[in-house]
Design a protein around this ligand. Structure first.
Ligand SMILES: [Zn+2]
Length: 221
């Protein structure tokens, strides 16, 4: 397991749930289930296993900012925590890859016009089909698979905290961001830290262009 999101600032109730699996309010009522439900809501079904306290910085600090784990806006002590990595489901992976391949065909596909390489405006229409067509275009999916695995929990976090985010759009945004287009993870209105994280990590992969011809598959440039 590796750290997917660092520097989460969490309240004392969340600390108790993360550390002990239970929490009690000032009246002594068991509020464990409420907070655990918040964590699942924000970080996915793996929250109980993936949220950990950052013991390198045990001292609490007072803050009015909302708790990153439960959303509570009550002022109080905050502690640092982190979210560890999970693994994409088959459906998430399929949506991500389909979104990625569609975007590459849309904006990074070229064809030869004589000796000249020109943008292939029709590539999307030529290849997109029902089913798992995106696995059969001949396009390399290594980077997309790698990015998805490496950034899975941040992508999950964005989906939990933004109504616009989907796995398909994430695949789309990986293609746009790595290729330096005028849209991508950074301009969706996502949580700033998450958007910066995803943008930096996408840009590390560099550009990905493909060449189309009249054959059923494309070639990586
Ligand atoms: Zn909390």
């Amino acid at each position: 397991m590796r750290i997917a999101i660092e520097n989460l600032s969490v309240c004392v109730y969340c600390v108790s749930v993360i550390a002990n699996g239970e929490a009690y309010n000032e009246d002594g009522d068991d509020v464990s289930a409420d907070f655990a439900a918040c964590h699942v809501d924000r970080f996915g079904p793996g929250a109980a296993a993936n949220l950990v306290l950052d013991h390198s910085d045990d001292e609490p600090y007072f803050s009015w900012s909302s708790c990153d784990a439960c959303g509570s806006t009550d002022g109080g002590d905050r502690f640092n925590a982190a979210l560890l990595s999970g693994t994409p489901t088959d459906d998430q992976r399929a949506e991500f890859l389909a979104g990625y391949v569609t975007a590459i065909l849309w904006v990074n596909a070229y064809r030869y016009d004589g000796d000249e390489l020109v943008s292939d405006e029709n590539a999307t229409y030529a290849y997109v089909a029902p089913g798992t067509w995106y696995l059969n275009t001949g396009m390399s999916l290594t980077d997309a698979e790698d990015f998805l695995a490496e950034n899975y929990d941040v992508l999950t976090y964005v989906i939990r905290t933004s109504t616009d985010a989907t796995w398909s759009r994430h695949g789309h945004d990986f293609a746009l961001t790595r290729n330096g287009h005028g849209a991508g993870f950074w301009d969706r209105g996502y949580d700033t830290d998450a958007a910066n994280w995803l943008t930096c990590n996408a840009e590390r992969y560099g550009e990905h262009n493909v060449i189309t011809d009249d054959s059923p598959t494309v070639s990586d440039m």
